[in-house]
Design a binder for this molecule. Structure first.
Ligand SMILES: Cc1cc2nc3c(=O)[nH]c(=O)nc-3n(C[C@H](O)[C@H](O)[C@H](O)COP(=O)(O)OP(=O)(O)OC[C@H]3O[C@@H](n4cnc5c(N)ncnc54)[C@H](O)[C@@H]3O)c2cc1C
Length: 308
């Protein structure tokens, strides 16, 4: 084995990749994590994690740091802020090429590049992210107990998340761009019959403003062009999710949304290539689900290596 050859190369150091790193290095497999961003992934964007079992409340940055330290303690090498230029999964030994000319070879690869919720791209959205603008009802709903919020979107997740948010908030104004919803009838019926949810159809948000936190949103009617302002304590945006899988197009099987298709043991369609976390086809994207996927992917990689 050369210095640049590893039993397991993990692409991505979010919760899924770091968990895979903990499991495979603890199994005495030579493990390298290559991460294009900051270690921790989306965790570093998260002010507070209050739903990770065993930890009462912790900043996302801290939780990511603990996971990284745990992986390193077991012998895993973590390289962050690197720039990958090519992936070659065509041979038994897979190759990853970096912009600086370095090449790494992996007997197995675990893809854990995560993704991000789709954004509206309107003024104020980035500024108030984590200060009233949220993309995750499960993560942040509790912070809005008794408050009035705006929900944006008209698919299954928007309607279902709006209904789940009614457990906490006093009122929801749901803003959707079309005159109909792109959701299952049961989800539409449940949202329509909930007395806490009001609907503004054929409209979009034009901006988000406030001071320490969100106070107002601009709403533009897409049919008449008329603009209004409404007071609100927060904005939840559910308009889809973008997996970081552009670089894998044509190399492994993805669904129409660019999510990696895996079986329950996290195998992709390429032998020796596994995937875990927010990048795979799944419904619930949480730290807990990502770490579960990461553990399964690492155990499956170890199993594959037994007969390599
Ligand atoms: C604002 C916000 C708040 C959230 N709050 C909560 C919460 O309270 N509770 C909860 O359970 N979940 C929460 N989530 C969701 C949770 O953070 C994600 O589900 C989880 O981080 C997914 O982990 P992951 O490892 O799959 O991917 P990510 O965390 O997205 O990490 C992927 C990493 O891979 C890197 N990468 C991307 N492409 C490549 C590549 N080709 N090669 C190498 N590296 C690559 C990325 O830069 C990133 O560092 C929140 C998400 C956001 C955005």
């Amino acid at each position: 084995m050369t210095d640049n050859t590893y039993d397991v190369i993990i692409l991505g150091a979010g919760p899924a990749g770091l968990t895979a790193g903990i499991y495979s290095s603890r199994a005495r497999l030579r493990t390298l994590i290559l991460n294009e961003g900051t270690a921790g992934g989306q965790l570093v964007l998260t002010h507070e994690i209050a739903n990770y079992p065993g930890v009462d409340s912790i900043s996302g940055f801290q939780l990511g740091n603990i996971m990284k330290k745990q992986a390193v303690k077991f012998g895993c090498t973590v390289k962050s802020n690197i720039n990958i230029t090519a992936y070659d999964f065509s041979s038994k030994l897979k190759r990853i090429s970096l912009k600086n000319g370095d090449e790494y070879f992996g007997k197995t690869i675990i893809l854990a590049p995560g993704g991000l919720p789709r954004t509206l791209g309107i003024p104020g959205e980035a500024e108030f992210k984590g200060r009233g603008v949220s993309y995750c009802a499960t993560c942040d709903g509790d912070f809005f107990t008794g408050k009035e919020i705006v929900v944006v979107g008209g698919g299954n997740s928007a309607l279902e998340e709006a209904v789940s948010l009614t457990k906490y908030v006093s009122k929801i104004t749901l803003v959707h761009q079309f005159d109909h919803f792109q959701a299952f009838p049961y989800a539409i019926e449940e949202a329509r019959s909930n007395p806490k949810i009001n609907f503004i159809m054929e409209s979009t948000l034009s901006g988000i403003s406030g001071d320490e936190t969100v106070r107002r949103v601009g709403v533009r009617n897409l049919k008449t062009g008329e603009s209004t302002e409404i007071a609100t304590d927060g904005v939840f945006i559910f308009i889809g999710y973008v997996a970081n899988t552009d670089g894998f197009k044509g190399l492994i099987s993805l669904n129409n949304y660019g999510e990696i298709i895996v079986d329950p043991e996290m195998h992709t369609n390429i032998p020796g290539v596994f995937a875990a976390g927010d990048c795979i086809v799944k419904r619930y994207r949480q730290v807990t689900t990502a770490v579960g996927d990461g553990a399964i992917a690492a155990l499956s990689a170890a199993e594959y290596l037994r007969t390599y």
